[in-house]
Design a protein around this ligand. Structure first.
Ligand code: PMP
Length: 355
């Protein structure tokens, strides 16, 4: 604890990101990146931006990227906000839409950054317990609140909440912003974006880090009616108008235009996921139904933490959360078929040793 820290900084518990092992060659299945690289179309646009644009500030309005997003989603540019990863957008949301003294709601098992932001921004919060099957119960979200945050599919479970359920939450909260974090929506879920014209309280957040293979660039989008987008712009332009650099803007734009590569990679990941689920169930794992690019698994005999360590010994990195209720689960990102085959062989070996 430093005497130089503000009272806020003394009181917070920062988010701990998943490990990034650097140059070491490992099978990295711990932070839900896409195993396939971005397309040549994306890379060549970025190379041109590197050689041509870097002495100038980037476009603070991100017009090219937002226009491509408007075309892709069938919305207008005024419905789109672009940020430096969806993490940044979520942080801005806390400043733009939530008030100290009004308790916001989010599930008790979800993306742990929500709680970190609530504490950083002094927003009180209540965590709503998931049901037995890790489903999100609806009624608690109909109670009076200061705003709502739901990841759909949820993380780290991968479980999907139906659009009809989200619609009910929107209907019960006409005066509060409901943020649906769709970081993993492209892997088989149904997006709430089509609800935007009917619900002024809906903000949908997307990321380019998962389905678009651009985790290293840091791009996220918020989609909603223009008054919500304007709220986010007010926050952004009070902190840093240039959060998205020029290279990321053109890379993101081309990614939205290159639907072929996007669909090919998403399709491959879904197929590999289904195959992996089957294979792990054959090893007696219980696997939560996933619509994400990761699976959440537990084994009836070997504790998750032991599996985590044993995989690590073989340079296979997955994610373990030492948290109540999920501390016997592993979250495993879906890699290439070869990587998942190596994971399967490793698990098979570990289980055989314990038998
Ligand atoms: N939301 C959820 C549910 C996530 O799992 C993640 C990735 N850790 C993010 C948002 C943040 O994604 P990014 O900042 O890379 O866009």
């Amino acid at each position: 604890m430093s005497k130089f820290w503000s009272e806020t900084v003394k009181g917070i518990t920062p988010y701990v990101p998943g490990e990034q092992p650097g140059a070491k060659k490992v099978i990295k299945l711990n932070t839900n990146e896409n195993p396939y690289p971005p397309s040549e179309q994306v890379l060549s646009a970025m190379k041109a931006a590197v050689s041509g644009r870097l002495k100038l500030y980037p476009d603070p309005e991100c017009v090219g990227l937002r226009q491509a997003a408007a075309d892709y989603y069938g919305l207008s540019m005024e419905n789109i906000f672009a940020g430096n990863g969806s993490d940044e957008i979520l942080a801005f949301c806390f400043k733009a839409f939530f008030n100290p003294g009004e308790t916001i709601l989010f599930p008790d098992i979800t993306y742990s950054f929500y709680e970190v932001y609530a504490r950083l921004f002094d927003i009180s919060y209540q965590k709503i317990p998931l049901d037995e099957q890790f489903g999100i119960p609806l009624e608690p979200f109909f109670e009076q609140n200061g705003g709502i945050l739901i990841a759909n599919p949820n993380a780290p479970t991968g479980k999907f909440t139906s659009v009809d359920s989200i619609r009910q939450i929107l209907v019960h909260n006409p005066d509060k912003v409901v943020i649906i974090d769709e970081a993993y929506i492209d892997f088989g879920g149904e997006s709430c974006v089509p609800l935007i014209p009917d619900y002024p309280n809906l903000l949908v957040v997307h990321t380019f880090s998962k389905s678009r293979s651009l985790a290293g660039l840091r791009i996220g989008l918020a989609l909603g009616q223009s008054e919500l987008i304007e709220g986010l712009n007010r926050v952004k332009n009070s902190i840093n108008s240039y959060t998205l650099d020029a290279v990321a803007q053109v890379g993101g734009e081309q990614s939205l235009r290159d639907t072929e590569t996007f669909e090919l990679n998403v399709g491959r990941i879904i197929k590999t996921r289904e195959h992996t689920v089957e294979a792990l169930r054959a090893l007696q794992f219980e696997v939560v139904d996933s619509r994400a690019n990761f699976i959440f698994v537990t084994h009836p005999v070997i504790p998750a933490v032991e599996l985590f360590e044993a995989l690590r010994q073989q340079d296979i990195i997955v994610r373990y959360f030492a948290k109540p209720r999920i501390d016997n689960y592993l979250r495993i990102s879906i890699g290439t078929d070869e990587e998942m085959e190596a994971l399967y062989r490793a698990l098979e070996g570990i289980l055989a040793e314990q038998a």
